[in-house]
Write a protein that binds this ligand. Structure first.
Ligand code: GTP
Length: 323
């Protein structure tokens, strides 16, 4: 639940065309301990102000000449995508109360003001609004956790598959190619065994940073297993376009790691599969890259092997004919 301090620090906007009413409501709010109170008599500016300041509560007079409170609420609905309008309607017209609730206001205050009622309704509305915000933030955090690896912060397998799906759709539309690079560190177990799991974790985090550092902004770098990473690259013309990035990745992983004053070294093997040449669907493409990776491991590690080269070695026919 939001604390009393949170509620008193909430951002409040008072909207009324009558300067005396505006002053009175601001005074009431300040006397009630509210610290962040703004006011405007320009109803047509409310939406722009809300876009900029994202108010927790808008005390909105309904009857204003020109642009009235109902029109303001209409505009606010376009900003508040979640559909929760933080509007407390102010009205002297009993018949407007239901209309205001129907238009999206959460509650209303009748004029002339009854002070105790004003304080209670403002407090209750802010409590709900701040709770709603907390829940929305919690839900965003949960979603991020479900799609990212907690150790490195990189996308996990679930998000990776989704990203590959988008890259393949884009490559199909653009009639170009995309690559999946599957990396597995060489000799990582020895770092854990010799220096401990925490040192292994520190190395994994540095590896993640290096892989991200030598990839393009639009590429996805994901951690898909203990010491396994996948990089997805779109907008390629040919398999050769993956050679330089793969060499860069191998070189970046091979640089020494400083962990607790120790210099640790390891290398990586890489398997590369190309869309649409090696596979046209997400999981077969990952599997083709994984197959090439194990060929790289078998051929001595610290190198890159492509699914195409693997097929040539094994004398297999083309996996999938290019579209
Ligand atoms: N520190 C740490 N170790 C992990 C984590 N997840 C998996 N591992 C370890 O990573 C190691 C991965 O095993 P392997 O890939 O067989 O080890 P490797 O020495 O790299 O083997 P090669 O790939 O054949 O060179 C295992 O010892 C796992 O226990 C993690 O989150 N942190």
């Amino acid at each position: 639940m939001p604390s009393r301090e949170d509620i008193l620090n909430a951002r409040i906007l008072v909207v009324d065309d009558n300067a005396d009413n505006l002053e009175l409501m601001c005074e009431i709010l300040h006397d009630g301990g509210y610290r962040d109170v703004s006011a405007t008599s320009q109803a047509e500016q409310v939406c722009a102000m809300h876009r900029q300041h994202s108010y927790d509560l808008i005390l909105l007079d309904l009857q204003m000449p020109g642009f009235n409170g109902f029109q303001v609420m209409q505009g606010l609905k376009e900003i508040e995508q979640g559909g929760y309008l933080p509007v407390l309607a102010l009205t002297a017209q009993p018949s407007f109360k239901i209309a205001a609730l129907e238009a999206g206001a959460r509650d209303f205050i009748s004029k002339p003001f009854d002070l105790m009622e004003v304080y209670k309704r403002i407090h209750n509305m802010l409590e709900v609004r701040l709770l709603y915000r907390e829940l929305a933030q919690y839900s965003r955090q949960q979603q991020a956790l479900a799609l990212h690896d907690p150790l490195t912060g990189l996308p996990n397998r679930r998000l990776l598959e989704d990203r590959i799906g988008h890259v393949l759709q884009h490559a199909t539309r653009q009639q170009n190619k995309a690559a999946v690079m599957y990396l597995d560190l060489d000799g990582f177990k020895a770092i854990n065994d010799t220096h401990g799991h925490a040192a292994g974790d520190a190395v994994l985090k540095q590896v993640a940073q290096r892989l991200t550092g030598c990839s393009r902004k639009e590429d996805t770098v994901a951690r898909v297993g203990g010491d396994e990473f996948v990089i997805v690259m779109g907008s390629l013309n040919q398999l050769d376009d993956t050679c330089e990035p793969a060499a860069k990745l191998i070189e970046a992983v091979a640089r020494p790691y400083l962990v607790d004053g120790l210099e640790l070294t390891l290398s990586t093997s890489i398997g590369v599969a190309l869309f649409p040449d090696d596979a046209t669907e997400v999981n077969p493409l990952i599997a083709a890259a994984d197959g090439a990776l194990y060929a790289a491991k078998r051929s001595g590690k610290n190198c890159c092997c492509t699914a195409q080269a693997l097929r040539a070695i094994e004398g297999q026919p083309e996996a999938v004919s290019p579209a």
